[in-house]
Ligand binder design. Sequence first.
Ligand SMILES: [Zn+2]
Length: 160
Amino acid sequence: MFNIKYCECCGEPFWEDEGSFYCEECSEAISEEKRDNPDFLLDYLKKYCRGKDNAEFSREIEKRFLISGRDIRRIVKSLREQGEPICSDCHHGYYYANNRDEINRTLRGLNEHVNGVSSTIADLRNAELKKTSGTPIIRKIIIVVSPEDDPEDELVMELI
Ligand SMILES: [Zn+2]
């Protein structure tokens, strides 16, 4: 679905493609500028995404800055390593913390995520143990294709 939209950079009308914010020329210029200034995301979050209520979802940031979700996660990780209070949760998206409560909220979400990963690790460990504990895991199933015909028509399937 194409709509006419106005470029958020130069203000010129353009045919919107998949929710983009900028015309093609500005998109290219922004991509270049972004490469020269890796702190663009910090500047943006600080200025426009202060606090949970101003959070922005990854997919919006992806469109705005023409970068991938993976790039955003990589940049957010490095900003946090520098001590920047970048918060995130799946209901609101990314934002720059206004207070300690917002940081704690993000920490709770991260803890839940870690617990989920831990339980996946435990499940996979157990799965490995089952496989090496001598329990037979290959069973033979005989399927009779046509009983009135030659018994050699029986198919033997091995299931793992
Ligand atoms: Zn433009």
